[in-house]
Ligand binder design. Structure first.
Ligand code: ADP
Ligand code: MG
Length: 273
């Protein structure tokens, strides 16, 4: 290991090279109920900066609910979630914990991008306008700058020539890539994907997964709910198998996917592979 030497310049305190990494996302004993039915029964997970976590599990196991809790779309009933060292929805001052006000919540949400199964593009806006709307409207970036960045992002998802197309003129795979570019336009620290390829025709899945692989290789921190086992095997640092609102098994893909320890994980993998 590199020597844990300290300051490179006077007054600069650097973290020692072998100091423990702070997770970018951490969930501790997260609980969530709907009408008395508990759908998250104490979820504890952590994702380090630059890591990709793939979440697998049968329908109804709580995967979407968990993502929605991270992104303030649902409120948790117990436990805690933190992103980038901040509690989600709460602020700590001294020894007291306060609920965040709506402005703080909005600020926190801007750091988290989400890509849904249904791409949810604005139908009356072009691909480029879909991408630049939030940077211009929310982050107050100039139209010119937002447009330049938007074109860069479209290029990055392989759609540079379709900037002026409307969603209805694009294939599902192209729409989903626009949705990814739109999420990236807010410079998120964390990107959440909820079955991003499940609504696509099979021949369109590959292009979307390729974009996601590129993002992963570029160091984006991602949590991906997916049934694409091949993607999980190649791109995930950590695979989590959830069932019935609990984490059944978690580990590197080579273990969870190819040598699962739990009978429930095995049965699920047999059903999707
Ligand atoms: P998954 O994404 O793994 O398929 P979900 O998180 O969507 O699972 O759902 C987990 C459970 O919570 C399911 O039983 C679902 O019916 C229930 N659920 C999800 N959202 C709501 C809601 N808004 N109101 C009531 N029940 C819900
Ligand atoms: Mg779901």
């Amino acid at each position: 290991a590199a020597p844990a030497s300290a300051a490179t310049s006077p007054g600069t305190l650097r973290r020692a090279a072998d100091a423990p990494v702070e997770p970018l996302l951490s969930a501790l004993k997260v609980r969530k109920s709907y009408g008395g039915v508990e759908v998250l029964k104490g979820i504890s997970l952590a994702v380090n900066p630059g890591q990709v976590m793939c979440l697998l599990g049968p329908s109804g196991s709580g995967k979407s609910t968990f993502l929605r809790c991270i992104n303030h779309l649902e409120r948790i009933d117990g436990g805690r979630i933190s992103v980038n060292g901040e509690l989600v929805g709460y602020a700590q001052r001294r020894d007291r914990i306060f609920e965040m006000n709506p402005r703080e919540v909005a600020r926190q949400r801007r750091g988290i991008g989400m890509v849904f199964q249904r791409f949810n593009l604005f139908p009356h806006m072009t691909a480029l306008e879909n991408i630049t709307a939030a940077p211009i409207g929310v982050r107050r970036i100039s139209k010119q700058k937002a447009k330049e960045r938007g074109l860069e992002l479209l290029d990055r998802v392989g759609l540079a020539n379709l900037a002026q197309s409307y969603p209805a003129q694009l294939s599902g795979g192209q729409q989903q890539r626009v949705a990814i570019a739109r999420a990236l336009a807010m410079d998120p620290k964390l990107l959440l994907f909820d079955e991003p390829t499940s609504a696509l025709d099979p021949e369109l899945v590959g292009d979307v997964l390729d974009v996601m692989r590129t993002l992963a290789a570029d160091g984006m921190t991602m949590v991906v709910v997916t049934h694409e086992i091949g993607f999980a095997r190649g791109a995930a640092d950590v695979v989590v198998f959830m069932d019935g609102g609990v984490v059944v098994e978690t580990g590197p893909p080579a273990v969870v996917l190819d040598n699962p320890q739990s009978a429930r994980t095995k049965a699920f993998l047999d059903s999707v592979m």
